[in-house]
Write a protein that binds this ligand. Sequence first.
Ligand SMILES: [Zn+2]
Length: 193
Amino acid sequence: MSIAIPSGLVQNGTGIPQVCTRHGEAASVGKPVKFWSKPPIWSYFLIILGALPFLIVTLILRKEVRAQAWPFCPQCEKTHKNRLITGIALIALLPLSFVVASGAGDTGALLTLLGLVAAFAGLLVLARGAYRMLPGGFASRDGSTVDFPKAHPQFVTAAHAAYAQAAQQYAAWQAGQHAPYAQPTVGYQPPQQ
Ligand SMILES: [Zn+2]
């Protein structure tokens, strides 16, 4: 299921349910998370000009929404730890491949290449295991919402409830702001039990 949560409610925490986005389970831990917007499709054409123009444009256009404590369940914590360990182990193969390759003669170049491939795969695994990536959320292009295209139905339900509660609190706060200027209702009697 998909849901878009207003960025303001992500930043101040009132729109964040205490339910994991991926698994719909009760959260066991809250981690600071930055949600970024996806680069626009046309920006990928800049790669033709080189990585730098693409990076600059991506960074300028990127919207960021920060959550101070995003909910994660024990399963997410486990995924994060596993990917961290796997990623580091794969990256550690690179210096190892240099050492082995130096004494391997002709096959040395192939070993070094394998080490590079393993290190690149390790970086990808590390990135995929980051707490920032696990909820699968992206800031919208204008930065007004954080979108979750593949959220767990239980997360969606809980997020709607959190939104309704935040809206209610806001309405109550607004009523309180305007109360001193409100006219008292003359002749109104509270219902008697
Ligand atoms: Zn989870």
